[in-house]
Design a protein around this ligand. Structure first.
Ligand SMILES: [Zn+2]
Length: 434
């Protein structure tokens, strides 16, 4: 899989979070089904936005990238995104970029203007097919673009010649300059996944022209059948029915939202909507996600201390089949979460009826753990997953049994330091996030 990553000139916003979570879950589901996934997601670390922002801040472009990339990594980790197998940067692939452009030039797809080398889309008859555009109509209605000398309004730059001395530039057969935006993804997929690979993902805003241009470049260079076999695009995020933008003042960075909400709540909120559908973001949506997630977390804590003998008629295979069924239907996480809530409801009913055994509870916990390999939201944070909290709670129980109250208090304090509050119930100790 290859998923177009962000241009690292500014902090990650909601849209970045949604795209990363959407494709993380898709990757996790492939792995859950026993596939080995090579997941490549890039950082665009050179383009006009990078150059302008670096100028504003009085730093170099590489310094800007080195400042912003760790912010993305931190936010992605908080959202429970599994680290991509490979996280390439555009500027590490100048050699491959030049090689592809040379192939395109040799095969007659390019022409030179005074500011760089361009792709002539009239030479690629499949241009527009991915996004279902009628190019004749599109061309007729096109605005005049930045460069009036282009042969067609949708021709795009492959190699930009250096204009100002402070612009990062590399040597190339066309002169000192830098790659256009689209070419980096053709180069990075080629280097890390080969001429042909399975899935290409990204936000819907990238479908046209970015992905259309990637296809023109890669299929142009490597022939029919090359490049991604499937394209997948996640839907937009609107805020109170308006497009999210800085000028409208409804722009949210992940950092801002994480100040108010646990990143897991944000992840849960994304998964409540099918990845292809738009999300109309609001505080209400986050509150709703928080309530839902709290319910699941409370359920897990209840199961962990459940007692009771015997067997109920709980058919766990049915839930797994339903869960997989929704995920098999174009990764319908909204339906899959519905299965989790069915389980919560049904098991709670059993509990109320006094029919929930310890054995059942253990089976449900195991099932939830396997669902969580895909969803990454059921267990509150990695601390539970690595067993540290359980381990400390067990050690505290042990100390209390031995009437070593000093030690028991120390462990309680240690857990509190980790943001975990304990509550002793007749059935044992349960815990929650402070
Ligand atoms: Zn791309």
């Amino acid at each position: 899989m290859y998923v177009c990553g962000p241009t690292v000139y500014d902090k990650a916003h909601l849209g970045h979070g949604r795209s990363a979570v959407s494709f993380d879950v898709i990757r996790r589901y492939f792995e859950y089904k026993g596939n080995e996934v090579t997941y490549v997601s890039n950082y665009t670390d050179i383009d006009d936005k990078m150059i302008n922002r670096a100028r504003e801040e009085g730093i170099t472009v590489p310094e800007l990238a080195a400042k912003i990339i760790p912010i993305y990594e931190k936010d992605y980790e908080a959202l429970g995104i599994k680290k991509p197998t490979i996280q390439p940067k555009a500027t590490d692939h100048i050699k491959e970029i030049i090689e592809i452009i040379e192939k395109l030039e040799k095969d007659g797809y390019t022409y030179a203007l005074e500011d760089g080398l361009y792709y002539d889309i009239s030479k690629f008859k499949h241009y527009g097919e991915l996004s279902g555009q009628n190019m004749d109509e599109l061309q007729a209605g096109a605005r005049v673009d930045v460069n009036d000398n282009k042969k067609g309004p949708y021709d795009f730059v492959l190699w930009k010649l250096q204009k100002e001395a402070d612009e990062p530039a590399w040597k190339s057969p066309w002169g000192m300059g830098r790659p256009g935006w689209h070419i980096e993804c053709s180069a990075m997929t080629w280097k890390h996944l080969g001429e042909k690979f399975d899935i290409h993902g990204g936000g819907l805003d990238l479908k046209f022209p970015h992905h259309e241009c990637e296809v023109a470049q890669s299929v142009g260079a490597f022939g029919k059948g090359a490049f991604a076999q499937y394209f997948m695009h996640n839907g937009f995020i609107q805020v109170n029915n308006e497009k999210m933008s800085k000028s409208l003042g409804n722009f949210f960075t992940l950092e801002d939202i994480f100040k108010e909400y646990d990143p897991q709540v944000v992840r849960f909120m994304f998964l409540q909507t099918h990845y292809r559908n738009p999300i109309n973001f609001s505080d209400g949506l986050l509150e709703q996600a928080k309530a839902g997630l709290d319910r699941v977390h409370g359920f897990v804590r209840m199961l962990e201390v459940a007692t009771g003998a015997g067997d109920s008629s709980l058919d766990l295979d049915k839930y797994k089949k339903n869960f997989d069924g929704f995920m098999d239907n174009d990764f319908d996480t909204s339906g899959a979460l519905g299965v989790v809530f069915d389980l919560v409801k049904d098991v709670n009913t059993l509990k109320v009826e006094g029919k929930l055994s310890k054995k059942d509870a253990k089976g449900v916990l195991e099932l939830l753990k396997s669902f969580d390999e895909v969803l990454g939201i059921i267990y509150p944070g990695e601390i539970l997953l690595d067993g540290k909290v359980e381990h400390l709670i067990a050690a505290r129980e042990e100390a209390r049994k031995n009437k070593d109250y000093k030690k028991s208090d120390e462990i309680r304090a240690e857990l509190l330091g980790m943001g975990i509050v304990l509550e002793d119930t007749p059935n044992g100790t349960i815990w929650k996030k402070a």
